[in-house]
Design a protein around this ligand. Structure first.
Ligand code: ZN
Length: 198
């Protein structure tokens, strides 16, 4: 790509590292950015830097936030005795969009996958168990219905069962292998309402 100036090539190269962006799209985006009004391009660059510098995991639920504790964990209106366990912040957002879940969340940041070498120590499981020391009535496992999601659900349920805390799994209204983030709100709600005891 040395027929472009080195700075354009650099921009194209960085953009093409993003997921789902091939070299053609990266070129198109790079030229789009170069043709932007300067203040718009600066805003884009600033927002990337600010997000990267200020966004981190909530100390309580491990979702992404720019505060110490995220607004959901901080809210006195939420039921802190009901914890929904999800694989990633996008799944949390999917359930939050339904506006019907009144508990709080726990974000695992992944799922157990022996094939990919991801074990229980690689996701935020210890952190979940630590939260159960507080007054928790129910843990709703809302990991994806993929092999990894199911493996993780079984593993968590076995860990929690001896504590006497109620453990449930969202119903199979969620299609097998389906990623929560792509599922419509009605199906998500039905899955939550039809949750089963583990
Ligand atoms: Zn939180």
């Amino acid at each position: 790509m040395n027929y472009y100036s080195s700075q354009i090539s650099k921009l194209i190269e960085e953009l093409s590292k993003l997921p789902g962006i091939g070299s053609k799209t990266a070129q198109r985006l790079a030229f789009h950015i170069i043709n932007m009004p300067e203040e718009q391009a600066v805003r884009l660059a600033d927002s990337i830097r600010d997000a990267k510098q200020n966004v981190h995991y909530c100390k309580e639920c491990f979702t992404l936030t720019d505060a110490d504790i995220c607004p959901i964990c901080k809210s006195p209106d939420r039921d802190h005795g009901v914890i929904m366990v999800v694989e990633n912040p996008r799944d949390l957002a999917a359930y939050e969009k339904t506006g019907k879940f009144e508990g709080v969340y726990h974000v695992l940041h992944g799922a157990i996958s022996p094939m990919l070498g991801i074990g229980p120590g690689d996701i935020k499981l210890k952190e979940l168990m630590a939260r159960l020391q507080k007054d928790v009535k129910e843990v709703i496992i809302a990991t994806n219905s993929s092999l990894e999601g199911e493996t993780t659900a079984m593993y968590i349920s076995k860990l929690i069962k001896p504590t006497g805390i109620r453990v449930t799994r969202i119903a199979s209204g969620v299609p097998v292998g389906g990623d929560l983030e792509y599922i419509d709100e009605v199906t998500l709600l039905r899955a939550l309402e039809g949750r089963v005891e583990l």
